[in-house]
Design a protein around this ligand. Structure first.
Ligand code: G3I
Length: 362
């Protein structure tokens, strides 16, 4: 019996100690120390001859380390979602300016340009527009008013806008049958660009899409749209190639061919949403040094190819996130992924070195 009592007594003490440990960990006063930023790196913005950008969420400005790294390394920001129509307006159509105003204030304070993304995107259409009950002409007026109000409000703060994002179907290159296409007709894109130009005579106007570097039908549809717009004198200044790629696809030659086609049309090239997947087959459960080196070389190759373009056509290279664990890739593809320049501890990865080596020619 004595042994049993002693056993219960010691178990109680262990349980009590364990509870203390757990409670101590949950104590909200315990401040989670953010890792010290690594300062053994050269900021990209200090050596790049073109703007280097990052997708930013306004909520992340609350992290001193996140915002410090963003403003030290980069000199361009793209709102990861706040400047899309569904987030710029409430379900009833009222404007929501604060998150964008906060991002712009941050960019201004640290001498960073702001790229606006995106005025029209079928995946971010707010309910007030998707379910618009008026006539088609009234629908178009509502879209025109939105563009006029948003571009007009930020005409001195936003240097460029993705006027429309991802307008063509994968595989066929057909115009997506979005509510904009249905209600404004097949020539709606030209009018979106014109409304944006009318709202700001100086802002740079882009068409942005993914897949144009591996999907030839989508690439050809985009380029013939550009040719048509240019023939008709519709204002367009650049093309955003999102650059959501893997460490080994698509071939670099594909990417160079599309960038050259954009340059041949006298347009700016924006690598607008870059990330480099190292685990596309889901065969990794951790970030291996082999794939890290392949990712580094891939980044170096892409940046080198971008720098081979005429300087007048180099708009910017923008990364779609700062740190690996924050990337959209993880939820979207359902695999562990390490697609960005910084690791979970805010340290630059070999991919960052690859970017620098391309910039410095080392
Ligand atoms: O965290 C906020 C929450 O605080 C807020 O209340 C809520 C309101 O809806 O939004 C939450 O944010 C979510 C955000 O991701 C952060 O997680 C948004 O709902 C969600 O829509 C947003 O998804 C973004 C997605 O575009 C749709 O806008 C992703 O971050 C962003 O990476 C992704 O980016 C797209 C490009 O715009 C276009 N190219 C493809 C790329 C990847 O899908």
């Amino acid at each position: 019996m004595a042994i049993t009592t002693k056993c219960i007594h010691s178990r109680f003490i262990l349980l009590f100690l364990w509870a203390l440990l757990i409670l101590g960990c949950k104590d909200s006063s315990v401040v989670v120390q953010e890792p010290e930023p690594s300062n053994e790196y050269t900021p990209l913005r200090s050596v790049a001859p073109f703007p280097v950008g990052v997708a930013l969420q306004s909520s992340r400005l609350g992290s001193a380390l996140h915002s410090q790294l963003v403003r030290t390394v980069f000199n361009s920001v793209t709102a990861e979602y706040e400047m899309k129509m569904r987030h710029m307006t409430s379900p009833s159509g009222d404007y929501i300016w604060d998150p964008t105003d906060e991002l712009i204030a941050f960019a201004k304070e640290y001498d960073m340009q702001v790229h606006g993304h995106a005025l029209v995107w079928h995946q971010s259409t707010p309910s007030w527009l998707e379910n618009f009950r008026g006539t088609d002409a009234e629908f178009e007026d509502a879209v025109k008013n939105y563009i006029t109000n948003v571009v007009g409000r930020y005409k001195d703060d936003v240097v460029s806008w993705d006027v429309i994002n991802e307008a063509f179907e994968d595989g066929s290159g057909a115009l997506r049958n979005s509510v904009f296409r249905r209600r404004m007709g097949p020539d709606y894109i030209a009018r979106l660009f014109q409304y944006a130009r009318d709202a700001d005579p100086d802002v740079l106007l882009f068409y942005n899409d993914y897949g144009t570097i591996w999907d030839t039908a989508k690439r050809d549809a985009m380029l013939s749209m550009v040719d048509d717009l240019q023939t008709r004198g519709v204002p367009i200044d650049g093309i955003g190639l999102q650059m959501h790629i893997t460490y080994n696809t698509p071939p670099l030659s594909n990417i160079v061919a599309v960038m050259d086609a954009v340059v041949q049309r006298g347009l700016l090239v924006h690598i607008s949403e870059m990330d480099v997947r190292v685990n596309p087959q889901g065969d990794l459960s951790e970030f291996t040094s082999v794939r890290s080196e392949l990712q580094k070389q891939r980044v170096k190759d892409i940046v080198t190819a971008f720098m081979d373009l005429p300087e007048a056509n180099q708009f910017a290279i923008t990364w779609w996130g700062l740190r690996d664990p924050e990337s959209w890739l993880i939820d979207f593809w359902g695999n562990p992924e390490w697609g960005l320049l910084f690791d979970a501890e805010y340290r630059p990865k070999p991919a960052y070195e690859g970017f620098l080596e391309a910039l410095t020619g080392n």
